[in-house]
Design a binder for this molecule. Structure first.
Ligand SMILES: [Zn+2]
Length: 383
């Protein structure tokens, strides 16, 4: 008889530990799993959507039949909508949350415990111009996967890369421009491997990047009430502003060629849903800056869209020259989540610039993430 209580509780414990560090995951980012047997059947307990690693409990894990997940990995094509409904049908407890979109990938990794984070240090190096070469040097025992869209395409890519693969020699996986996986049959060891691997990237950064965050004091006045009204008008609902005038934010906002500097994309693809690909840049006329942002957003939509519905083109945050960062959320909580993501992005951009230049995923990859059919399905239900 397998002791399921023990598997899940250890899994909850190390998931919470990973979630406690905002340098590993932010607000719903990352996912974890454990494989266990229930009534003789192999089951993957994987983080359910809507749960944060820091506070996840046993009921936050979705129990999905391994056999179904592994069958899915062998398919040539699978829409994300079909993947989600197929996974839901393969859950042994229908009241559990929807499994993470990375469930198939977790199933493919032949170890009991799997951890996935978007560690700042790893994505900072990965999002630099020579990122992939640097990552290969730092992680010689890891499987390095070039950027592909999360979900089925990512699982399929790893399935194909690991045919005739010696997993016993593999210490983890780096998803370029996205994050890192570690795994083991033991929950503590998988957690240890994560910390050890991320520490390698942190050591590399502290050896190779010297940042001097030292802005001039700001005397810039910004009419925040006017900004709020303007953004609310274009979003069509009330918003909360989160104003960030920290040393880091002011330094970031005081950079030369601010528009080119501060619009180089997201740190990890999931962030796009919160922050959009880029901020609005205000260097004077607020209204002009907003129209410029929305015009460029519509152009980006038209360039890549097929039959998608355009999201509201107003920005989710602004970088204001010699002032700082202002985030726009539906409420205070959302505005502060956006601010947290931007805070981590700013530091990563500044550091990656010292490694030869920050470079996030392409516009096309951003579009695919932002207009992921799972997100669009929700919109289509509303409209
Ligand atoms: Zn991820």
């Amino acid at each position: 008889m397998n002791n399921l209580w023990n598997d899940i509780n250890l899994r909850v414990f190390t998931s919470n530990l990973l979630g406690q560090s905002d340098e590993l995951v932010l607000h719903g980012g990352g996912n974890t799993s454990v494989k266990s047997k229930v009534d003789g059947e192999e089951i993957l307990f994987v983080k359910g959507s809507g749960w944060d690693l820091v506070s996840i409990k046993a009921e936050g894990f979705a129990p999905v039949k391994m056999e179904t997940l592994l069958d899915m990995a062998r398919l040539k094509e699978l829409s994300d909508t079909d993947m989600v409904s197929g996974q839901k049908a393969a859950m042994i407890d229908k009241s559990a949350p929807n499994p993470s979109v990375e469930a198939i990938l977790h199933a493919l990794i032949p170890f009991k415990v799997v951890d996935h984070t978007h560690a700042d240090a790893v994505v900072t190096i990965s999002n630099s111009k020579n990122g992939i070469e640097l990552i290969k040097k730092i992680y010689p025992d890891f499987l390095i996967v070039p950027y592909v869209m999360p979900g089925f395409i990512l699982a399929k890519t790893i399935y194909e890369m690991t045919q005739d693969f010696d997993w016993s020699k593999c210490q983890g996986i780096i998803l370029h421009n996205h994050g890192i996986f570690t795994f083991d049959d033991d929950a503590k060891k998988s957690y240890d491997k994560m910390i050890e691997a991320v520490s390698k990237a942190e050591d590399f950064l502290s050896e190779n990047v010297k940042l001097d965050i030292n802005p001039r004091p700001s005397k810039t006045y910004v009419n925040l009430d006017k900004l709020k009204v303007l953004i609310e008008h274009h979003k069509g609902h009330e918003i909360s502003l989160h104003v960030n005038k920290s040393t880091l934010a002011l330094f970031y906002a005081s950079k030369e060629n601010l528009k080119e500097f501060a619009t180089r994309g997201v740190l990890t693809p999931e962030h796009i849903i919160r922050t959009k690909r880029v901020p609005m840049i205000i260097e004077g006329d607020m209204e002009g800056a907003l129209f410029e942002f929305m015009g460029e957003y519509k152009k980006y939509f038209e360039e890549f869209s097929k039959d998608e519905i355009c999201l509201n083109p107003a920005p989710n945050y602004a970088v204001i020259k010699d002032f700082g960062i202002v985030s726009f959320g539906k409420n205070e909580k959302e505005a502060s989540i956006i601010n947290d993501i931007v805070e981590h992005t700013m530091l990563a951009v500044l550091r990656a610039d010292k490694l030869g230049g920050y470079q996030g995923i392409s516009l096309k990859d951003c579009f695919e993430m932002e207009y992921w059919e799972l997100e669009q399905a929700k919109l289509k239900k509303i409209t």
